[in-house]
Design a binder for this molecule. Sequence first.
Ligand SMILES: [Zn+2]
Length: 62
Amino acid sequence: MAFNNRNGNGGFQREMVKGEWKCSKCGAAITELPFKPDPARLDQLLCRDCHRERRMSRGDYR
Ligand SMILES: [Zn+2]
């Protein structure tokens, strides 16, 4: 089949959700997230830095 449907990595775009949230750890403003936040967990949001830090220090992948 001649479908030229390769999954090129050239311009892949993650859908970002815009909003106004606050990091529960450092208090930084969060203006966009790569996922739609759970309204029940809005006070547990982490900014990108804190999120990465937590992942690195705990080593769990979720
Ligand atoms: Zn933070």
